[in-house]
Design a protein around this ligand. Structure first.
Ligand code: ACO
Length: 322
């Protein structure tokens, strides 16, 4: 049976950097509070003229180049985002037009911060079930600055903009490398813990992202611990077998709590949120790209991705790096 492998990866963040010191002049907060509670020191923020599709396009170009294929070799584009350029058409269609790979299927997927893991599952299942699909471009991209309430200090310090992309490709025959397993789940009963009504809500007042921070924290730790333990168990693996864990980059306290509970040694954890903030669906592919470029992930390594987000949604993926 053919496998699905991560053949190429890339990322992009906007040039503009918003530091904690900048935020001190916007809301009543301090660098010390933000770093102590979240680990975030700065984040990248789009210019008004930049959109999610622009960030995704740059990440996609890097991923396609890194995969060593041409844009015309792509057979499908899946974009995980909660901040699309438009309500419709999909951001994936806008990226397709910018890349110039006509006629292939393109769609967006909404699973918030777990979106990239959900999209990986869609990509590998499409490759497994459809012989004409060989290369799927999976992108996680967000312009969260467009939905953040810049007057709400309890949320505006947490988020950033960016995009990460991966080319998921068919690899012939049975082999050691590739996407070994993906676990995804959701609990809609927790929908109101973290949500964004959007601009068309009937009251017209609730436009921005809203969050019950403490409840989200608890659910994030509980669900991500289970997502790690369950995927290891069903693949007869233990944390000792994993070379690198790339968690959703929400905040260091969540990551530390998970690491303590499921006993992930610090040296196996990849954390880059100090300079990205929480970029939702973009967080894992940006971190993965950085980890690979820094040499933290080598060919043959077992990599564990784990995410949690609004929905609430969660997911984990096991990848033997190609
Ligand atoms: N600067 C200074 N003070 C602040 C700020 C700020 N930016 N934000 C809140 N405070 C104040 C509050 O007003 C409160 O003051 P009070 O005691 O006078 O009422 C005090 O700090 C404590 O507020 P809490 O909300 O209880 O602070 P907490 O310790 O829970 O930390 C945080 C808040 C960081 C949001 C935490 O709840 C958290 O990390 N939650 C997870 C949320 C998250 O990461 N969401 C991302 C999306 S989901 C995901 O990606 C997994």
């Amino acid at each position: 049976m053919d496998r699905a492998i991560i053949r190429g990866i890339g990322s992009y963040v906007p040039d503009r950097v918003l530091t904690n010191a900048d935020l001190e002049s916007m809301v009543e907060t301090t660098h010390e509070w933000i770093v102590t509670r979240t680990g975030i020191e700065s984040r990248h923020i789009c210019l008004d003229t930049e959109n999610t599709s622009d960030l995704c396009l740059e990440a996609a170009k890097h991923a396609v180049a890194n995969a060593g294929i041409a844009v015309c070799d792509l057979d499908m584009i899946v974009t995980a985002t909660i901040t699309p350029d438009f309500q419709f058409p999909s951001t994936a269609c806008l990226i397709q037009e910018k890349l110039g790979c006509n006629d292939i299927p393109c769609f967006d997927l909404g699973a918030a911060c777990s979106g990239f893991i959900y999209a990986l599952d869609v990509a590998r299942n499409s490759i497994a079930s459809n012989a004409s699909i060989k290369n799927v471009l999976v992108i996680g991209g967000e312009k969260l600055s467009s939905v953040v309430d810049w007057e709400d200090r309890s949320t505006c310090v947490l988020f950033g903009d960016g995009a990460g992309a991966a080319v998921i490709s068919r690899a012939p025959g049975v082999g050691e490398t590739g996407i070994l397993d993906v676990l995804i789940g959701a609990d809609g009963r927790c929908a109101k813990l973290l949500y964004c009504p959007g601009s068309d809500v009937s009251s017209g007042t609730e436009r921005h992202l809203k969050m019950e921070g403490r409840e989200v924290f608890k659910e994030a730790v509980r669900r991500m611990c289970a997502a790690v333990e369950d995927i290891l168990l069903r693949n007869h693996l233990s944390i000792e077998d994993i070379a690198c864990v790339v968690p959703h980059q929400a905040n260091t306290r969540i990551i530390t709590a998970i690491a303590e509970r499921v006993k992930i040694p610090e040296e196996k954890l990849f954390v880059n949120l100090a300079h990205t903030g929480n970029t939702s669906a973009a967080s894992i592919p940006i971190a993965l790209d950085e980890a690979v470029r820094e040499g933290k992930i080598q060919s043959g390594n077992l990599v564990l991705l784990v995410a949690f987000g609004a929905g609430m949604t969660w997911g984990s993926a096991l990848v033997r790096w190609t």
